[in-house]
Design a binder for this molecule. Structure first.
Ligand code: 4NP
Length: 151
């Protein structure tokens, strides 16, 4: 899961998918990163932590980091939150196989082009809206790919 700062949207998406994967006893590796590295080493934004806590999911263990090229080798899918993230991650891809891994997260539930709004400069309602979008999108991801679970 990738956003700009790796302190709001992608840590919430990471926490949600991780939680659902664990609930189902699956072995997927879930992680998140930012296209920027201003917040490297920081915990998620306190508003993201509070919103997730309200939904009984702990994300305090997470630590922000920038996306690196190795992530293309490590992960089968790289979900980005908005089109700006998409362009930044696309620039790091070295071949078509890399490129095919990059998807807008909301393309799982809406027509191509929909973005997860950045809640950083807004209030708590923005975080809750983001949570609802991420909840729906991560549910769809599990539906679509859970047959690929290793045994
Ligand atoms: P995120 O939100 O990309 O969802 O983590 C932001 C976090 C920090 C900044 C911008 C967006 N920032 O400008 O520091």
């Amino acid at each position: 899961m990738v956003c700009l700062g790796n302190i709001c949207r992608s840590p919430m998406a990471h926490g949600l998918l991780q939680h659902k994967v664990e609930q189902r006893g699956m072995d997927w590796e879930v992680d998140s990163a930012g296209t920027g590295d201003w917040h490297r080493g920081q915990q998620p934004d306190h508003r993201a932590i509070a919103c997730m806590k309200k939904h009984s999911i702990d994300i305090t263990y997470q630590s922000a980091r920038p996306i690196i090229y190795d992530d293309f080798q490590q992960f089968d899918l790289i979900y980005v939150m908005d089109r700006s993230n998409f362009e930044n991650v696309e620039r790091m891809a070295r071949n078509e196989e890399d490129m095919n891994k990059v998807k807008l997260l909301l393309s799982e539930i809406y027509p191509e082009g929909a973005e997860v709004p950045d809640p950083y400069y807004g209030g708590d309602a923005g975080f809750e809206r983001v949570y609802q979008l991420l909840d729906e999108a991560t549910e769809k991801i599990l539906e679509r790919y859970s047959c690929h679970t290793k045994t």
